[in-house]
Design a protein around this ligand. Structure first.
Ligand code: 13P
Length: 254
């Protein structure tokens, strides 16, 4: 697939995989995907598996992501993991503002923006998630919601930082439901996101930002989705937990 921007496909393991299970998965992925150069491949295990997975993927084409970080630095922040600790395990990416955290941990756009700034300060690439709920889509306010989340979650970042940020459009109604947005629905929102980025930071930056689609991405729909002009990759949940399905998503997108 000849794309303007290099594809980035990330597996968000969420709260799944023991250390042993995670190691087994990445060792299989390493074998399956050793020849892939066309796609940036990222796995985002839970914090507890970062160290072992990090060691297992040294010298491979698989990069490491975390699923959250502290908005604050070192210090008295019980239970929080600052960016500096992630760097100890060669983490390169961090998923921020996932709808599950927005919903269950009540994360606000302002908190996501603070975390994104902390990520950039540590040279980590944030993967900032946005997306509407089913009720919001049915009310016809998808664009309003996505625009608000983008403005709020990227607030305070410089144009250079936004350019290095990866965005993920994940319609909440498509996550873990088996209901994928059609490629046309996804492309429409991705194009809209790029339009908002153009307004915020100009055309050059907007053209360089990679925007992943997430929500029930599987091996059999990846090619169609990632073939859309403004879809630059995928953030994969369920299908990233098995070597066959995750490897096939990547291979089918090339
Ligand atoms: P599923 O692929 O399981 O729908 O999850 C998508 C997601 O939330 C990735 O962050």
């Amino acid at each position: 697939m000849d794309k303007e921007r290099k594809l980035i496909i990330a597996g968000n393991w969420k709260s799944n995989k023991t250390v042993a299970e995670g190691l087994s998965l990445v060792n299989d992925l390493k074998r399956e995907l050793a020849a892939v150069k066309e796609v940036d491949i990222v796995v985002a295990p839970p914090f507890t598996a970062l160290e072992s997975v990090s060691k297992a993927i040294i010298d491979s084409n698989i990069r490491l992501g975390a699923q959250n970080l502290s908005a604050d630095g070192y210090g008295a922040f019980t239970g929080e993991i600052p960016a500096g600790m992630l760097k100890e395990f060669s983490v390169g990416y961090v998923i921020l503002g996932h709808s599950e955290r927005r919903q269950f941990q009540k994360e606000s756009d302002a908190l996501v923006a603070k975390k994104a700034a902390a990520a950039h300060a540590a040279n980590l690439v944030p993967i900032v998630c946005v997306g509407e709920t089913l009720a919001e889509r049915e009310a016809g306010i998808t664009e309003q919601i996505v625009e608000g989340q983008l403005g709020g979650s990227l607030a305070g970042l410089s144009a250079e930082q936004v350019e290095r940020t990866v965005l993920a459009y994940e319609p909440v109604w498509a996550i873990g439901t088996g209901k994928t947005a059609t490629s046309a629905q996804a492309q429409e929102v991705h194009a809209f996101i790029r339009k908002v980025l153009t307004t915020l930071h100009g055309e050059v930056v907007a053209k360089r930002v990679r925007i992943q689609y997430g929500g029930s991405v599987k091996a059999n729909n990846a090619r169609e989705l990632l073939g859309q002009p403004d879809i630059d990759g995928a953030l994969v949940g369920g299908a990233s937990l098995e070597v066959r399905s995750f490897a096939d998503i990547i291979k089918n997108s090339i």
